[in-house]
Design a protein around this ligand. Sequence first.
Ligand code: NAP
Length: 334
Amino acid sequence: MTKTALIIGVTSQDGSYLADLLLEKGYRVVGTIRRNTTYQKPNIQHLIGKIIIEAADLIDGESIARLLRDYQPDEVYNIAAQSVPADSWSHPLYTGEVTALGVVRVMEAVRHFAPQARVYQATSREIFGHVNADAATESTPIDANNPYGIAKAYAHMMTRCYRESYGLFACGGILFNHESPRRSLHFVTRKITAAVACIKNQVANPPLDELGRPLITPGGKLKLGFLEARRDWGYAKEYVEAMWLMLQNDEPKDYVIGTNSSYSVADACRIAFAHVGLDWREHVVSDEALLRPTEITVLQGDYSLAEKELGWRPRTSFEQLMQIMVDADLARFQ
Ligand code: NAP
């Protein structure tokens, strides 16, 4: 029998790759978008006509409940969030409302209207904020230190709470950073690869950043924050496979998904610029105005449990990932 999956936040990087994966597997896919005043949804252009699109908002519990009632999905993936840690300082209340409380609206809707559904909740490595260790596992203590991480910590613990209190098949994916050509321009890897493409192709009108400023200055410079910040970066297309595998497991659990390696922002610049024969040091400057009020400590994602129990492991190196992203942006920004 055809299975139905509900993806809350299908316009996202992860939601769109997940829709691709589930369609390949023969699912009927229902994906939610938010009502807003612009119609540009680049990540789902190729999905139009292949998935059912519904409007829903994590702030509006009834819009979520209606979908659970009407579609009785077998699997629910809550991918949606105010997903930008850097923006969470300027929007702490909104971040809490969507990224934390939004999860309770999803869990309540599942509990009341489709308790048989298996639920994947996107949590984040940012729940570990201050933790000082080489690598994080599922038992690393939660110690978030920014409004986004704290909202995700709440989401993570609520997922566990609904699993333990009501017996929901609910899994929390503690995902480390993952990138792709579908990554939003809010995030540093995409800023870098889009800037590389615009500089290489001498694009006259580069895309705007999240504050509406051209991504590169008239002098051809890309401004970034802390260049020595290190992250564990993997390929989003592979990370959505882990989400699906979690819901096929015999029992619901939380899993760390990462690559157990880390690279700095400067490394990302070096690889991306070198891919088109440029020296990053001539094009990238660190701007103090872009520093985060608090940095998270360096931490890698130890995915041993996922490898052992789900058979999941990352396959694309960070260098390959940056090159895939640069190539996609070279084609996009002509
Ligand atoms: P993303 O591309 O930034 O997309 C966020 C999604 O959330 C978009 O579909 C957005 O819709 C939707 N959304 C925002 N506010 C909403 C609201 N009030 N109601 C309904 N939908 C709303 O996200 P991503 O990078 O794919 O990440 C997916 C999830 O994993 C997020 O929860 C993120 O926090 C988490 N995560 C991501 C990473 C990573 O490195 N990518 C790491 C750990 C955890 P619009 O298109 O309308 O804006």
